[in-house]
Every structure is written in structure tokens, then in C-alpha cells.
Design a binder for this molecule. Structure first.
Ligand SMILES: Cc1cc2nc3c(=O)[nH]c(=O)nc-3n(C[C@H](O)[C@H](O)[C@H](O)COP(=O)(O)OP(=O)(O)OC[C@H]3O[C@@H](n4cnc5c(N)ncnc54)[C@H](O)[C@@H]3O)c2cc1C
Length: 423
């Protein structure tokens, strides 16, 4: 709930946004949503447009959580690929979850068009190991032959070098149905549309506790909301409010930089205007802005550990991929918390008695979180969407609610990942 990171490039670039009010005094709503990121805002939009009275409580400013700090990459499918899902849950579930991902991308594109936010097409996934490249061929073959997805192709070493402008990788794939956008402006678009439909959005109003009194009473520092239903859209980062999502999620800091405009070098980087990511455990992800900057994510740390200079922390990752950019200035650095579950499948549950929650999109929430928010709203309206049921019994291990153990687990995972990345 603290804001330990500098604002993102998107926040800076958008300029000052008029603050929304804090909640003062008592109010009532049909549904109270806690969290003003993609999940909560999308739920608010669907509910308000269906005529429900909605209050959104956001601890910080709208879009100051992961939703306004991320790489903006709209991925296909789930964080776990279809081969992993097939192995653990069988083909039918894997296919159904793949189709959810397709509906999620379509919703983001529809909403972005409605808010006047451009979406650029295409994602290049790059691989640094021959073994990943071979697995990639199976994956692409499965998608095209059994999942009905033809907008994907294997890229050879030369093709990937041409697509991203880097010789660091041995192969890759191009997903033409993926894409990228400015996530903060997208979140702001959702907030404005929800408000236009009647939702009331409060900023700097962390929900501190909730209790049942027939419905729910959600308490903030200076007020309370009485509601029939509650949607917890805090991404597992709700402080003392509730432990259910926190016990299924861990936070990893991921850092990003925005370079100065690349000028003549811009054409050497992602000449097709796609976005890209790589196969390292400490993943790099990047895309260009319309004014020719590179937005580059690389370098992770334990929640709570923020490097003194984010630019210096990210730069080695950037120059490993793009040595030609070693003299390019970094205009801004920031970070955010990626909320993951141990199994990297999101925790999306009805918690009983009118409370539902979603968290832990594990680095793949740009497409999924708005769609899941929409589904949680549909559920609150009594429509019990089938897509939501697909997540209800996905196995997710519990994580102890003890800060030093949680940090130790992340540190260990990062250490193992860094070692694996060397081979
Ligand atoms: C650096 C970074 C890069 C990423 N890159 C990508 C990417 O390229 N593609 C992709 O698909 N995903 C990416 N992700 C993940 C993606 O951003 C998230 O999955 C997605 O934004 C989750 O949305 P959300 O609404 O569930 O959570 P959030 O956006 O985190 O929103 C939760 C909100 O709840 C609020 N909150 C918490 N507790 C309370 C409380 N008690 N009371 C009131 N409000 C509260 C928080 O302040 C926050 O605003 C990235 C994440 C980070 C950090």
C-alpha cells in the first residue's frame, strides 16, 4: 500500500491528473470494489453499465499499482502455456483456458478502441537456449494444429535477429494476435468510462477492514461503505484488509526504464513495431513508444529491495540485448510489484457469501485482469459465467503470511532463476 517506487514513465508522460476525492463519511452501494487497477476498474465498468450502484476504493491513485507500471504487453493464453496446462489439467481445460485468453485480448482491444487508445500488433518471444527453441516448435505446432490458433509462427535465429534487432537469441516465435498499449492511459480510460456510467471512485482511501452486518461494511480511515457484495481486486497487496489472496501470492519487484528518443537507432530496434520478451527467468521485455523511446523491463528483486539507481540496475540487461544502445540516455526508471502465485496460475475465487477475489496474474494481467474483472462483475450480477469456473479449482499452494519467509522464498526463487539463466 506504500508507494515505494517512482511514478512510471506513463504517469510522468500523462501529466498531472486531477485527484479523485477520498471517501469521507458513510455511503451505500450495491457492490464495493477494493482496488483501482485493471481488475477493479473493469468490474466497476461492467457493473455500472448494468445499472448497479458501485463504489471503488483505491488505496493510492487510480492506476498506480501494477496496472499503470507494466510493460503494456497483451499476451495470448495464460501465463502457463498450453502444454503445461494440458499436462496438469488435460486438453479440454487447457483449450478452454486458451479460449478465455482470446476473449480477454478481444475485450482489451474493444475497450482500448472505445477509450481512443491505440493497440500495436504483435509480440516476438525470443529464446536464449536451444532447448527452449525446440520446445517452442512443439508449442507452436500444438497451437496451430489443436488450438485453432494460426496467428503464430516459429522464427529462426536470423528471423528473430531481424525482428528484434539483436543477435542475443537462438530463436523465437511471432504472435501476431498479441500486442501492446499504454497501460496507464488504458486504466484511466476504464475509470472515466465507469464514472460516466455512475460508478463512484475514491482515491487515497485504503480499505482497512470489512465486516458483515447483513451485507458488508468496508471501513476506511475517514468513512465506510455498506454494500451487498464485495470484490477484492487488490492483486494480493491489500495490507491488513484480508489474508486470503495474500496467502496465495508473492510479490516480485520488476524494473523498467524509458530511454531518451533513439533517433537514428530507432529503426535498429523492433523495426516492425512489435513488442518483445525473452526466455530468461529474470525476464526482459520491451517495446518502443510512438516518439521512438525504448521502454525496457529487466532486473527483478525481492519485494522491499529497491535499487538506489533503477537506471543503473536495468542498463546491463538492456545493453546485453542491445549493445548498440550503450550510449543512449535513460530518461526515467521505475518499478512495480508483479504479483505471482507459486504455480503461476491466477488466484480467482469466490470466497463465499458475496465476496470474490482475483490476484496473482503472474506477469500476464494486461489481457487477463480486465476480462476477469468483467467476469467477477457478471458473477456479482448473478450470471455465474462459465469462464470463471475454469479457475476455481486450479491448484495454488499456500504461502506463509510471515514477511521474512515470503522475502526468503522470493530471494531463493530469484537465485535459482539466475543460476538457471547461466546454463
Ligand atoms: C513492472 C511490471 C511489468 C509488467 N508487465 C506486464 C506485461 O507486459 N504484460 C502483462 O500482461 N502483465 C504485466 N505485468 C502484470 C500486470 O501489470 C498485472 O497483472 C495487472 O496490472 C494486475 O491488475 P490488478 O488490477 O489485478 O492489480 P493492480 O493493478 O496491482 O491493482 C490493485 C490495486 O489495489 C489497490 N489496493 C491494494 N490494497 C488496497 C486496499 N486495502 N484498499 C484499497 N485499494 C487497495 C492497489 O493500490 C492497486 O492500485 C507487469 C507488472 C509489473 C509490476
Amino acid at each position: 500500500m506504500l508507494r515505494p517506487f517512482p511514478p512510471s514513465w506513463y504517469h510522468v508522460e500523462a501529466g498531472e491528473i486531477a485527484p479523485r476525492p477520498r471517501l469521507q463519511g458513510e455511503t451505500k452501494a450495491d457492490i464495493c470494489i477494493v482496488g483501482g487497477g485493471f481488475t477493479g476498474l473493469s468490474a466497476a465498468l461492467t457493473l455500472a453499465e448494468a445499472g448497479a450502484s458501485v463504489v471503488v476504493l483505491e488505496a493510492d491513485r487510480i492506476g498506480y499499482g501494477a496496472s499503470g507500471r507494466n510493460g503494456g504487453q497483451i499476451h495470448s493464453g495464460q501465463r502457463r502455456d498450453v502444454l503445461w496446462l494440458e499436462k496438469h489439467y488435460g486438453f479440454a481445460r487447457a483449450k478452454a483456458l486458451w479460449d478465455v485468453g482470446e476473449r480477454a485480448k478481444a475485450l482489451v482491444r474493444r475497450l482500448a478502441a472505445r477509450f481512443g487508445q491505440p493497440v500495436a500488433d504483435g509480440l516476438v518471444e525470443t529464446f536464449h537456449r536451444e532447448a527452449d527453441s525446440h520446445e517452442n516448435e512443439h508449442f507452436v505446432e500444438a497451437l496451430t494444429s489443436r488450438y485453432g490458433y494460426s496467428d503464430v509462427a516459429v522464427l529462426s535465429r536470423d528471423a528473430v535477429a531481424a525482428a528484434v534487432g539483436s543477435t542475443s537469441y537462438v530463436g523465437g516465435l511471432r504472435d501476431g494476435g498479441a500486442g501492446h498499449l499504454d497501460p496507464y492511459r488504458f486504466a484511466l480510460g476504464m475509470a472515466k468510462a465507469a464514472e460516466a456510467a455512475g460508478a463512484r471512485v475514491f482515491e487515497e482511501s485504503p480499505a482497512l477492514s470489512y465486516g458483515r452486518n447483513g451485507g458488508f461494511a468496508v471501513r476506511t480511515q475517514a468513512g465506510s461503505v455498506t454494500a451487498d457484495r464485495l470484490i477484492l481486486a487488490t492483486n494480493g497487496r491489500s495490507g491488513p484488509l484480508e489474508k486470503l489472496t495474500r496467502r496465495r501470492t508473492l510479490g516480485i519487484n520488476s524494473f523498467m526504464v524509458a530511454t531518451e528518443p533513439l533517433g537514428n537507432l530507432a529503426q535498429t530496434v523492433l523495426p516492425g513495431g512489435e513488442c518483445a520478451s525473452d526466455s530468461y527467468f529474470v525476464v526482459c521485455y520491451w517495446r518502443k513508444t510512438p516518439d521512438g523511446r525504448l521502454l525496457f523491463g529487466g532486473g527483478e528483486s525481492n519485494a522491499g529491495a529497491i535499487p538506489g539507481s533503477i537506471a543503473d540496475f536495468v542498463r546491463p540487461h538492456l545493453t546485453r540485448v542491445y549493445p548498440q544502445l550503450k550510449n543512449v540516455g535513460i530518461a526515467h526508471g521505475w518499478g512495480g510489484v508483479v504479483s505471482i502465485t507459486p504455480e503461476r496460475v491466477p488466484f480467482i475465487r469466490s470466497l463465499g457469501d458475496g465476496v470474490s477475489a482475483a490476484a496473482g496474474f503472474s506477469g500476464q494481467g494486461v489481457a487477463l485482469a480486465p476480462y476477469i474483472g468483467h467476469l467477477l462483475a457478471e458473477e456479482a450480477l448473478g450470471r455465474a459465467p462459465d469462464d470463471l469456473k475454469l479457475y476455481a479449482d486450479l491448484r495454488i499452494s499456500q504461502v506463509p503470511d510471515i514477511t521474512w519467509i515470503r522475502r526468503g522464498l522470493v530471494r531463493l526463487a530469484l537465485l535459482r532463476g539466475r543460476i538457471a539463466d547461466r546454463f
